[in-house]
Design a protein around this ligand. Structure first.
Ligand code: ZN
Length: 409
């Protein structure tokens, strides 16, 4: 699943299920308090993180009904996060328009809410959606049952009435709590973990030259990292789109922080051989080029690629078999503007636009020669294709591959 895509995904949209069995989880210890009675008697909460999502579990002694959390009557359960000197962020779950909704400062945010048992709510959302950042996050839960404010106002009114001294005493004795806080005092210690991508899993055909016929396209850049690569990474970030960089193994160690930056920004890295040799004939030499390049990428970034692009597009059945044996798919392309011939920015843009269709894999270069024309073409390509309704994704997302991730401090 694309980290960027997930952040854009609206609440409750269906994302491809990340293989739950293999999911990496941190935290999630259950904190308990003694019951207080009342309609929304929360007694246990836990906060954990599975891959890129924070997961909150809230348990009550009684069913947590939609009526109890009716937004119109002030019903809500808010988890308040405190991170250093920043103002606290309250992620609230409430019931509105027949749905559970997650809200931050009154605005709906992306995430899911489920009720696996009547007395339990499970919330899942990305830290970004709640404007939380990686690091320590102290937290507590504050809940209010629907109608709670009205009940309190009524009680306050009774207490002000001069003739109802006895009634107010009775009310305070009989009053059932309608507001809850866990812990009763102070906060729980929590953390937003950094999601580090460590690899991806190839699937399906051993060699591809385009993705499925949906309104998605993948930009690919070959032959880097070079002196131009940082410019591409910055421009992609500005445009808010990812790309896939097919990297030459022997160039990685000199620009390892740039390789890490590519992954951190949500783009993808693939293998483009050790020294840009023609490997079309296959053989043992090809296997060591593949292996050495993946090892160099892993040393620099902690990430192991699952995509390979043969230099010069030169390929054959033996090479494809060797690529697959090392856990990678051979990726060719469906759009080639020959940008490496430096035909001019306008020509690069118009050729890409003319050739691009659903599932396009667009071949471009960020290394191997002067690339300022290719860089200048990037914003025009992205804006024009977005206007035509295309979404930009990494090659792994285009091909429906899953990522391997780990959580770190
Ligand atoms: Zn190349």
């Amino acid at each position: 699943m694309s980290r960027r895509l997930a952040a854009l995904c609206l609440a409750f949209c269906l994302l491809p299920a990340a293989s739950a069995a293999a999911a990496t989880t941190q935290g999630g210890a259950t904190h308990k308090v003694t019951p207080e009675g009342g309609p929304l008697d929360l007694v246990a909460v836990s906060l954990g993180q599975t891959e890129g999502k924070l997961e909150l579990v809230l348990r009550s002694t009684k069913p947590i009904t939609p009526q109890l959390l009716a937004d119109a009557k002030g019903g809500q359960i808010c988890t308040v996060f405190e991170q250093g000197s920043r103002s606290p962020r309250a992620v609230c779950v409430t019931r509105r328009d027949g749905q559970w909704q997650l809200r931050l400062r009154g605005k709906r945010i992306a995430g899911t809410v489920s009720r696996p048992r009547e007395s339990e709510l499970r919330l899942s959302f990305e830290p970004d959606a709640a404007k939380l950042r990686v690091g320590a996050a102290d937290w507590y839960v504050a809940a209010s049952a629907a109608g709670c404010a009205a009940t309190k106002a009524k009680q306050a009114g009774q207490q002000r009435a001069p003739w109802s001294g006895l009634a107010s005493v009775l009310a305070s004795v009989l009053a059932i709590p309608c507001e809850y806080r866990l812990p009763r005092v102070g906060t729980y210690a929590g953390r937003v973990w950094r999601v580090v991508v460590t690899g991806c899993r190839r699937d399906g055909a051993s060699q591809v030259s385009r993705g499925p016929s949906v309104k998605q396209v993948a930009l690919t850049y070959d032959d880097g990292p070079s002196i131009y690569t940082a410019g591409f990474v910055r421009e992609l970030d500005k445009l808010g789109v990812p790309a896939t960089f097919f990297i030459v193994g022997q160039l990685v160690s000199a620009r390892s922080s740039l390789a890490r930056q590519i992954l951190r920004n949500g783009s993808m890295i693939g293998n483009h051989s050790w020294n840009h040799a023609n490997l079309g004939g296959g053989g043992g030499g090809a296997s060591s080029q593949l292996r050495d390049t993946n090892a160099a990428i892993r040393r620099a970034t902690g990430f192991t690629p699952c995509l390979f692009r043969p230099p010069y597009g030169s390929t054959g059945s033996d090479l494809v078999r060797r690529v697959r044996a090392q856990g990678m798919t051979s990726v060719l392309w469906s759009v080639d503007p020959s940008d490496w011939r430096t035909p001019g920015t306008g020509a690069i843009v118009s050729r890409v636009l003319a050739q691009t269709g659903n599932g396009a894999i667009i071949l471009l270069h960020d290394g191997g020669g002067p690339r300022s024309q290719t860089l200048a073409a990037l914003p025009q390509i992205v804006r024009s294709l977005k206007r035509r309704g295309y979404r930009f994704v990494t090659l792994t997302d285009l091909l429906g591959y899953s990522e391997r991730v780990t959580l770190s401090k």
